[in-house]
Design a binder for this molecule. Structure first.
Ligand code: GLU
Length: 304
């Protein structure tokens, strides 16, 4: 992924919905090493744009855990909850260009529409040509043009998705007045000059939407690498919903070595007993994206 080492910028962007679990450490390790091994910068952004889902204290806990694990990010931590003005600017640009429309549909009214790949409802286009008489806009959606969005991923097979057919016009400004994750992440990555998005494969299905937004806003599209997510014995992604355990701050070396193994990096015996600095030096020197397993989910039974 090292195209121009002076300009590589990566980032880790956790949502503060709970403490870091093994799957989040894997994304942090992969994104950090991809950037650092290329001599690049690595940024930390707390994705608390979805304020109702943020758990009080979780963000501070994440930052503390990352520091204990020896992660070093460049510059101050960016908080999405403080960036509403930037999201509004981007939204207004799209609106001025006629790319956005108001939508009155409630979740219940959409309950019958088809499911998109990520399990959300495909928008049937009800308000696209104007609001039904007597109804008011609740949310604001992007007018999505038909046609496949394609991209190559450094880990996964090439992706092509017709967002209009699969997802439909998606929400940019939600009924509760908050900007949607899809818009926030695109604005944040562009403003920070992110060149490499390395994150979990659970976000692969969001990427075509994000590429569409980048194109409409005139932003460059970064390179993508979607790492396998860590799964439990039932084949489910480790997450708060599957009751994934928080990583043990007291044993960072063991967790980091397990994350390196998970990512196919074959850490040598004894690395878990090394000092953190030495462990990171080995990881930076030996990182290879080509060794990451080319699948969407890998079991991590010790952590499930
Ligand atoms: N905030 C997202 C998560 O924690 C990651 C988004 C991203 O890396 O683009 O799953």
């Amino acid at each position: 992924m090292n195209v121009d080492s002076g300009r590589v910028v990566g980032r880790f962007a956790p949502s503060p919905t709970g403490p870091l679990h093994f799957g989040s450490i894997v994304a942090a390790v992969g994104s950090c090493l991809a950037a650092r091994s290329a001599g690049g910068r690595w940024l930390l952004r707390i994705e608390d744009v979805d304020a109702p889902r943020a758990v009080p204290g979780a963000a501070e806990g994440i930052v503390r855990t990352l520091a204990r694990f020896g992660f070093e990010w460049d510059g101050p931590v960016v908080w999405q909850s403080r960036r509403t003005a930037a999201y509004r600017d981007a939204f207004e640009r799209l609106r001025a260009a006629g790319q956005v429309f108001g939508c009155a549909c409630t979740r219940r009214e959409m309950a019958d529409s088809a499911l998109a790949r990520d399990g959300t409802r495909r928008y049937p286009g009800t308000c696209r040509e104007g609001l039904p008489a007597g109804r008011e806009a609740r949310a604001w959606r992007l007018r999505v043009a038909p046609g496949a969005v394609r991209f190559d991923d450094a880990v996964q097979a090439p992706v092509a998705e017709d967002v209009a057919a699969d997802v439909g016009d998606f929400v940019l400004l939600r009924a509760d007045g908050l900007f949607a994750y899809q818009l926030a992440v695109v604005v944040d990555d562009a403003e920070a000059g992110v060149t490499e998005v390395v994150r979990g494969a659970d976000l692969l299905d969001s990427t075509p939407r994000q590429i569409l937004l980048q194109r409409l806003l005139g932003y460059p599209t970064p390179r993508y690498a979607h790492l396998p997510v860590a799964g439990n014995a039932a084949g489910e992604k480790l997450s708060k919903q599957t009751l994934a355990r928080a990583v043990d701050d007291a044993r960072p070396q063991q967790v980091l070595v397990d994350a390196l193994s998970f990512l196919g990096q074959a850490p040598p015996d004894g690395l878990a007993e090394a000092e953190l600095d030495a462990l990171w030096a080995w990881a930076r020197a030996h990182w290879s994206m080509a060794r990451v397993p080319r699948c969407r989910l890998v079991p991590a039974l010790r952590y499930g």
